[in-house]
Design a protein. Structure first.
Lengths: 240, 240
């Protein structure tokens, strides 16, 4: 059996370089879109429909869908939720289809659509996701959503964690600089994500918006055992 | 005296975000443009004229200048040198003005031209440069040249080393994610740049071209005591 490849891509802007070489793309937006999607799926939401623009979200909302939209860390006026994971824990959402548009995360998901398999990664479903990936024996790319096409620490560390675990189980990396950096940043931070990320720019951005509870939740690994997967433009629970 | 700011920018593409807030920009292209420029200035070259395009380099060459040009790690046909630091150590170059165009480094220098002061950083002039920066008491941006607008490890580590030293001497960082990552990557690598970077993609690229001697030279800190500075579109030795 040939060894399979794992790499980390810092931003959607860099995806073009990696595109086409990976059977599985893991999209990561720790603060907060992919954490919120994991929460929603864990809560029994039927599907999350990721859309890039507010216009698309509004059209679907007008057709009767519940719709979440976040820009600059805040709920966009007229929408039902933003991307706080807590909004998606309401038992009333069980069985519903929800539309979601966020600054970075849903854009990254839509950019990765060309890949055979797109799954949703975060710290809160880390262990479950990694265990599943280990069994797939496919080339895996961790696609960080970043912040407006800039590098961000929390997504990179999550990607580094996934890469590190897969490498420990027999995957290899061709040592793209982004993958090497992600691994080292994960090693530097793994004893205490919360402390390490206390200075991250997006965490400060959210803190100003009084989103400390969200941050704590999103930075606490292994709280849910779901693997959200993109199928026919909807994110649904993978039956693994 | 107010504390001054130091940040690290990963690529010329990201410079727009930082632009305008820094009195000094340190341009870094460890493998190999800024290392070669430090070598040339240390060797007594009068000036290095950085140009972005091969066309500009050819025009100046036709006017009698010696001209170096590198693309994809190799000397471009028809030019006098590429960007191997060893090419610039020839005693015959003393007192000459040399034109240089490289894949990443000279582009970064030209992008930073709006800044009040642009100096050239590398591992080979690290200590001299840092000691001078400490005395300036100005806001400092470390601008990594990257590789074709992608993040690279060696420039980031050099930027992290500069930032770390300045912070230790009283500068502050507003903790942009790139600066935090650069500091941690520097800490992870500082015991052994050569070992740490053995897997970097550009090092592998150069290794394939039999440029191991260049790599060793460029990754060995504090070999020269020059600070090349951009003045009237020419890089000249700073009389510090």
């Amino acid at each position: 059996m040939d060894k399979k490849l794992v790499e980390v891509c810092f931003t959607p802007d860099d995806y073009e370089y990696f595109k086409g070489r990976f059977e599985i793309v893991v999209v990561i937006d720790v603060l907060r879109a992919t954490s919120a999607i994991c929460s929603a799926i864990d809560n029994g939401v039927s599907s999350v429909i990721p859309v890039s623009t507010l216009e698309e979200a509004r059209i679907l909302q007008s057709k009767g869908y519940l719709a979440g939209a976040e820009r600059q860390g805040q709920i966009v006026e007229g929408f039902d939720f933003g991307n706080s994971p807590y909004s998606y824990m309401d038992p009333k959402l069980k069985g519903k289809d929800i539309v979601l548009s966020t600054t970075n995360g849903t854009r990254a998901i839509n950019i990765a659509k060309d890949a055979p398999v797109v799954v949703i990664g975060s710290l809160i479903n880390l262990e479950t996701l990694v265990n599943w990936l280990k069994k797939q024996d496919k080339n895996v790319l961790c696609l960080c959503s970043g912040w407006k096409d800039n590098f961000n620490l929390e997504d990179t560390i999550c990607g580094g964690a996934i890469a590190d675990e897969l490498i420990a189980s027999g995957y290899f990396t061709s040592n793209e600089d982004s993958s090497v950096a992600a691994k080292y940043l994960y090693h530097s931070s793994s004893h205490n994500y919360f402390g390490f990320l206390k200075s991250s720019s997006h965490r400060r951005r959210l803190k100003k918006l009084n989103l400390n509870e969200d941050i704590k939740y999103c930075l606490t690994p292994n709280q849910v055992e779901v693997i959200p997967i993109l199928q026919n433009d909807k994110i649904v629970p993978l039956d693994y």
